[in-house]
Design a binder for this molecule. Structure first.
Ligand SMILES: [Zn+2]
Length: 203
């Protein structure tokens, strides 16, 4: 029984690693990540379970990499699949609350971590709570306001700005994916999205 559980954990970690590698390669076609490490251990905290580690934060001379801690991973993913998540697109009111499929959970995790690499390597502007006022697009206003409210009651572990921006991208990608946007090149464009790409509201 013990053995079977480990296999499942490892399969889950490998599927997530595969999604991260795929999206990373699509976003950084010239410079795809060279290493994804699966650690057979519990993470130091849930926020660090899956992470992008830049070279300067890596220990023992590792190059930049993504890391996945796989002990307990399956349980966390199962919990994510049971949660109801809100969709913010105007047109789909009746389906506002959905349960995410495994595929949607994986693509959200991958988009979040690859966005962290984008934040680190590309000179982009990050999404922040203020953009709920300055962006014209009503969907993005809702998305940003929603994240601000969630983070007010449940502040993220780590850097607020960095996590705010990555969560906006994660939610965006999951929702677009849910509504059928499954082209990896289009998802890669979303992962590189900046507030300035969206029309500004009249001040
Ligand atoms: Zn994060």
């Amino acid at each position: 029984m013990e053995k079977k559980l480990k296999l499942v954990e490892e399969t889950t970690a490998m599927l997530i690693a595969d999604r991260i590698a795929g999206l990373d390669k699509e976003v950084f076609s010239e410079n795809p990540i060279k290493k994804i490490i699966i650690l057979r251990m519990q993470p130091p905290s849930e926020a660090k379970r899956i992470a992008y580690i830049p070279e300067e934060e890596a220990v023992s001379n590792e190059p930049e990499h993504y890391v996945i801690h796989n002990y307990g991973l399956k349980k966390i993913i199962d919990q994510e699949c049971r949660k109801r998540v809100i969709l913010l697109s105007e047109s789909e009111r009746s389906k506002d609350f959905i349960k995410m499929t495994l595929e949607e959970v994986f693509i959200g995790i991958a988009a979040h971590e690859v966005r962290h690499r984008v934040q680190h390597l590309l000179p982009i502007e990050w999404f922040s709570p203020e953009h709920a006022r300055t962006i014209d697009d009503p969907y993005f206003r809702r998305l940003i306001e929603f994240r601000r409210i969630i983070f007010t009651s449940h502040p993220p572990e780590g850097n607020y700005q960095r996590e705010f921006d990555a969560k906006v991208i994660e939610n965006l990608v999951v929702e677009k994916w849910h509504y059928g946007e499954k082209s990896h090149s289009r998802i890669a464009e979303l992962i590189k999205l900046e507030p300035k790409h969206l029309a500004k509201a009249e001040e």
